[in-house]
Design a protein around this ligand. Structure first.
Ligand SMILES: Cc1cc2nc3c(=O)[nH]c(=O)nc-3n(C[C@H](O)[C@H](O)[C@H](O)COP(=O)(O)OP(=O)(O)OC[C@H]3O[C@@H](n4cnc5c(N)ncnc54)[C@H](O)[C@@H]3O)c2cc1C
Length: 376
């Protein structure tokens, strides 16, 4: 069976691994010229850790995992309002992995690269399918024929756009900047979060001399933002938050900043004859869900299992039927969390600070646990 996977990200490489294990040698193309070491923290737990264990990667990744021990909430003037010990939550999810996305991605790449036909710097330009296969026009002009095609090309999927245009994309009207960089500031081993009108900031030490930051701000334009533009917009907003947010951003070079719009993809179907969508291309959850990479991995394993059971387009319907019920509640919870990131005015931000100060610890931890359980 000839299979083309478009996108060698978390979902695409996991799918390639599982298909190769069963004797199907997919081709993979990725738009990137090489894999960038950029991005932020991804959380793995429950079913996704089991999948990584079945791939023999859990031990390697556990050595790179850096769970956050404490969470500190600051008000919109940078003063501490609450500190939470997350060790209880961590012990419930004792096998959970908190990883640098780049480490996860490169570990997956190393596990599958030998003998894999992976071509960089390539995308799809056109697709045409008939009863027997899919004809693909690649971005270098070559035309190739496959039995099945999987679009695993992320949130801005070209495959999805060829199939259904911009349908299904639900923008949150928020832009974000995420980074992991050497911690030159000597930050405390905790995650500091502050929310004010027009800006959300989260920053902390992420083990082994690394700091991780995530900044978000309301942004309704849909054009892509460059790292330089994001930096300028953040430098207008971060100083008002106080603490060390602006100082941290100043230490990070543009090339280490991962910038994007926050949006979910909610489609009525993920399968279109001989073509199926997987991971962010099909069901972007957003980074506030803490489940994007987990569900990319779980989705890839489910899709591979179904393709092995019935090697043909019928497998796609079963993959969707199995996975969709898990995706919908995570998307709903993430949309609620995103709204809390950008309070419309100072009063709303102050109310959130008061809530964080007065709510019993178990109520706040229960909310964290709810997000954590979604992919378990
Ligand atoms: C460099 C990078 C950094 C990231 N950082 C973060 C982060 O900080 N926080 C977060 O929550 N999420 C981040 N993500 C997204 C996160 O990794 C995904 O939500 C999650 O892993 C879902 O996996 P996926 O394989 O569906 O998508 P992704 O992991 O995004 O993989 C998609 C792959 O498809 C490739 N691709 C994109 N368009 C095309 C195209 N037209 N043709 C061919 N290939 C294409 C990309 O190069 C990428 O390798 C990042 C993604 C990337 C690529």
């Amino acid at each position: 069976m000839r299979v083309l996977i478009v996108g060698g990200g978390i979902a695409g490489l996991t799918l390639a691994w599982w298909l190769r294990r069963s004797g199907i040698n997919p081709h993979v193309i990725d738009r990137a010229r090489s894999f960038r070491r950029s991005g932020f923290i991804v959380n793995m737990r429950g079913q996704s850790v089991q999948t990584l264990r079945a791939m023999g990667l859990d031990g390697l990744l556990a050595a790179q995992s850096a769970p956050v021990g404490r969470s500190v909430f600051l008000n919109r003037r940078g003063r501490r309002v609450r500190e939470l010990d997350l060790s209880q939550l961590n012990s419930v999810h004792h096998d959970a992995l908190v990883l640098n996305r780049a480490d996860l991605h490169l570990t997956l790449y190393e596990s599958v690269r030998d003998g894999l036909d992976l071509r960089f710097g390539l995308s799809v330009q056109a697709l045409a399918q008939d009863a027997d296969g899919v004809t693909v026009t690649l971005s270098d002009g070559r035309v190739e024929r496959y039995d099945l095609l999987i679009g695993a090309d992320g949130m801005h999927s070209a495959v999805r756009q060829l199939l259904c245009g911009t349908a299904g994309v639900r923008p949150f009207h928020i832009a974000y900047v995420a980074f992991l960089a050497p911690d030159t500031l000597g930050l405390e081993a905790a995650n500091f979060q502050a929310i004010a009108p027009g800006i959300y900031a989260s920053l902390g030490s992420f083990g082994q001399g690394t700091m991780g930051g995530l900044f978000a701000f309301p942004w309704s334009a849909s054009a892509a933002l460059t790292a330089r533009q994001c930096r300028l917009l953040l430098m207008e907003r971060l100083p008002a938050l106080g603490w060390r947010f602006a100082e941290a951003l100043a230490q990070v070079p543009d090339e280490a900043l991962f910038c994007d719009h926050m949006a979910q993809v909610v489609l009525p179907q993920w399968q279109f004859g001989r073509v199926a969508l997987l991971g962010d291309a099909a069901y972007t959850l957003t980074l506030v869900s803490s489940n994007g990479a987990s569900m990319a991995i779980i989705g890839a394993q489910v899709l591979a299992e179904e393709l092995l059971r019935q090697p043909g387009p019928a497998a796609f319907a079963r993959y969707e039927a199995r996975l969709r019920p898990q995706i919908m509640p995570i998307q709903r919870l993430a949309a609620q969390n995103a709204r809390m990131m950008t309070p419309p005015h100072a009063l709303a931000a102050d109310l959130q600070s008061i809530l964080f100060r007065v709510l019993p610890e178990r109520a706040i931890l229960a909310r964290f646990a709810k997000a954590a359980q979604a992919a378990s």
